[in-house]
Design a binder for this molecule. Structure first.
Ligand SMILES: [Zn+2]
Ligand SMILES: [Zn+2]
Length: 246
């Protein structure tokens, strides 16, 4: 499987970039994890948007769903141009019924997932873990039967991430704060907390994402390296990870 970082900022995008959005591909099957602000302008660099097979939403904060409406318009317009009737399934939790209902549109179809579900789409199987965040949010563990990617989505530190991320080939964390800071108020993690999960879960590769708009972000990686000895990367637009590259 191939993962591409489409957007990696927390809160809002900076110039020519996007907030949370990740593209996952295998055997021409393409899914998107979250669809943050700026994602629709970045996505065509990596794939044909109309070729997406499914979208998974972790929670309904704007930095994860801001471009959902324009993604729906993209499908609407492309269906009109190609005289097709393609519908994009969008998976989200329904603990916020109003937000969940907005996943439905002429060309998109809302599908609810719950904490104990195991969702199979194309070559991927996805399981969930409820995170610690001001609104209901779910981390995802995604496998194609060969390798495993775990995406914490937004969360304060949780011990439950350690078994959930166990032996993952790639762990993508919410790394919104620097070492020594406290992210529990807004419900985010630090570089240290990201590294502790990577170390304790014995993951192969740590990708620090959901970046802050303050400080020197290179420092996040240095701080994580003090704790976790495996490979660490700072998320950036176009970062690729594939099964064969680890
Ligand atoms: Zn966020
Ligand atoms: Zn959030």
């Amino acid at each position: 499987m191939l993962l591409t970082v489409v957007g990696f900022w927390g809160a809002y995008p900076e110039i020519d970039s996007a907030t949370s959005c990740y593209l996952l591909e295998k055997d021409d099957y393409k899914i998107l994890l979250d669809c943050g602000s700026g994602a629709l302008a970045q996505l065509p660099k990596y794939t044909d948007v109309f070729g997406l097979d499914a979208l998974f939403i972790s929670h309904y904060h704007q930095d994860h769903i801001a471009d959902l409406g324009v993604l729906q318009y993209h499908f609407l317009v492309q269906n009109a141009i190609h005289q097709t009737n393609k519908t994009l399934p969008i998976y989200g939790h329904n603990e916020d019924e109003q937000a969940f209902s907005k996943l439905n549109h002429q060309a998109t179809n809302a599908i609810a997932y719950g904490p104990n579900d195991l969702v199979k789409v194309g070559p991927f199987t996805i399981t969930y873990l409820k995170t610690k965040h001001p609104v209901p949010c779910y981390a995802m563990r995604i496998t194609d039967g060969e390798s495993v990617i775990v995406y914490t989505a937004d969360s304060s530190y949780l011990d439950a991430f350690i078994p959930f991320a166990k032996d993952a080939d790639l762990l993508i964390t919410d790394c919104s704060f620097y070492e020594g800071q406290d992210g529990t108020g807004p419900g985010h993690m630090t570089s240290e907390e990201s590294a502790i999960i990577a170390k304790e879960a014995h993951v192969s590769h740590l990708l620090l994402s959901h970046h802050p708009h303050f400080g020197n972000r290179k420092q996040l990686k240095k701080e994580a390296e003090k704790i976790y000895r495996g490979r660490i990367d700072l998320a950036k637009a176009g970062f690729h990870w594939s099964t064969s590259s680890h």
